[in-house]
Design a protein. Structure first.
Length: 251
């Protein structure tokens, strides 16, 4: 790997450990089918166990503890969101540049910038074509981006203000209960949202997730233990999963 990125083994190892807090060898172990299957089994046993959740205080509960979802009312997004003022900014993350946008109530959009800033901004504006847009960094955005610092002990509550159907909001809220380093499947998500057998509809809702990373659709895998595809690319999904596993094992 060091040769591939034109670095000496020493410098590559140091750079990689600065990014992931583990060696490349350890990182790759987190991506094996065996590890993923074991974590899926663990998540299934613990995810919706009230007693388990009540006693869990580690950062594996980050999303459940710190991220709160509020659905937009029809009045807020009617007429293309003309009543909304949306602040937006671009920021670096361990997985590439991101566009982050927020209303006065919370983050409404977060995406990886893979095809240039202009196209990313166009994607945001397509959701709220008549909103007022201001390029500035606000507290809502800062709180959201703080999850990438690997120090979650000082996290403030992250508020999400999301446009979606009741079903979509329910799926996204259920995803927030999947712990850092854990996994779920479309079938499990469907069952735990009270829509057993609706895997396809759940998959569509996951694919429409407007807030990349914070709503952890990257934790949805195949029931076989295969990591599977991701809206933002399979390579990025592997990187995020390994990074989160490394973080969880060093808490």
């Amino acid at each position: 790997m060091a040769e591939h990125v034109h670095l000496s083994p020493f410098h590559f190892q140091r750079m990689f450990q600065n990014w992931a807090s583990v060696t490349p060898k350890q990182f790759l172990q987190y991506l094996t089918t065996e590890h993923v299957k074991n974590m899926l089994k663990t998540t299934r046993m613990s995810l919706f166990d009230a007693a388990y959740e009540a006693g869990l205080s580690s950062t594996s509960r980050l999303h459940d503890l710190f991220i709160k979802v509020e659905g937009m009312s029809p009045g807020e997004f009617k007429n293309g969101g003309e009543a909304l003022t949306i602040n937006f900014s671009f920021a670096d993350s361990p997985f590439g540049e991101m566009l982050v946008a927020a209303t006065a109530k919370g983050v409404c959009h977060m995406m990886f910038v893979d095809n240039g800033r202009e196209m990313a901004l166009d994607a945001l504006k397509a959701n709220f074509p008549n909103a007022k847009y201001v390029q500035m960094v606000d507290r809502m955005q800062q709180n959201a981006l703080f999850v990438f610092t690997q120090d979650w002990s000082r996290l403030d509550e992250i508020k999400l203000h999301l446009k979606g159907t009741d079903f979509q909001i329910k799926v996204w809220e259920t995803l927030l209960k999947v712990p850092t380093g854990g996994f779920t499947t479309y079938g499990d998500l469907a069952a735990n949202t009270g829509h057993d057998g609706a895997s396809r509809a759940v998959g569509t809702a996951v694919g429409n997730n407007p807030v990349a990373f914070l709503i952890p659709c990257h934790r949805v895998i195949k029931s076989t233990g295969e990591i599977g595809q991701y809206h933002w690319g399979s390579v990025r999904k592997h990187a995020i999963i390994g990074w989160e596993a490394a973080l969880q094992h060093h808490i």
